[in-house]
Write a new protein. Structure first.
Length: 233
């Protein structure tokens, strides 16, 4: 063999060797892929976990399984109203009274302390009297001539503590006018001026509000117009 042929043979061997390694690697990879696929196909599925077991009620010896009890009652049930008592029937309770037996008298009439001439001096009450002027063209019902039909009538009322029996046998402390409950009636005519002097004989300040009367604001019993104890207004 000549040197040239020898070199050619060595060259051929050196070239063919890496080709054989590549072919072997490719064959090995193909075998590995086939084996993995075969394992994936033949592998068994994972088992499904069983649901948690619920404990069964224990049957007592010689007995039966207890049944569920009744539903709980509401916290605040609607009370059943008591039946109305019959006429003349005594109502049971701490007072034990018979309804519709107390008289309902008409309050007595309060006599005036003066007519036409004032027994009071102007401004002798604690707060005084504030004059108020208004335009008669915009006043309520100007044709009725309010405060212009005399003679004036003057009354005096004292606010006092007393005791009243709303229920027979039960004495309740109350505030009254002259010791009467309800207070006495003041009789007047439409358009006739009336002056009522209130004395406070109570231990607390008071404020008297008038309903349906034509009065100036300082005499209407506003919350800040107090009658102090021992004073008059």
């Amino acid at each position: 063999m000549c040197p040239t042929d020898q070199h050619r043979s060595l060259f051929s061997m050196s070239v063919q060797h890496p080709t054989s390694r590549r072919s072997a690697l490719q064959k090995s990879a193909a075998v590995l892929a086939v084996g993995t696929a075969a394992y994936a196909v033949s592998a068994p599925p994972k088992p499904t976990p069983a649901p948690p077991s619920v404990p069964k009620p224990v049957r007592p010896a010689g007995g039966t399984v207890p049944k569920p009890g009744p539903a709980p009652r509401p916290v605040n049930p609607t009370p059943t109203p008591a039946p109305a008592p019959a006429p003349g029937q005594t109502v049971a309770g701490p007072f034990k009274y018979t309804p519709f037996q107390l008289p309902l008298p008409i309050p007595a009439e309060l006599p005036p302390v003066g007519v036409g001439s004032s027994p009071y001096k102007p401004g002798d009450c604690f707060h005084g009297i504030a004059p108020e002027y208004f335009d008669r063209r915009t006043a309520e019902a100007p044709n009725q001539l309010w405060y212009e039909r005399g003679p004036e009538k003057y009354y005096e009322v004292r606010m006092q503590s007393s005791v009243h029996e709303f229920i027979p046998g039960v004495k309740t402390p109350i505030f009254t006018y002259d010791g009467f409950y309800p207070g006495r009636t003041i009789r007047s005519r439409v358009g006739q001026p009336i002056v009522v002097r209130y004395w406070n004989d109570l231990p607390v300040e008071t404020s008297i509000h008038l309903h349906g009367a034509h009065t100036p604001s300082h005499s209407d019993g506003s919350p800040h117009f107090f009658v102090l104890p021992g004073r008059a207004r």
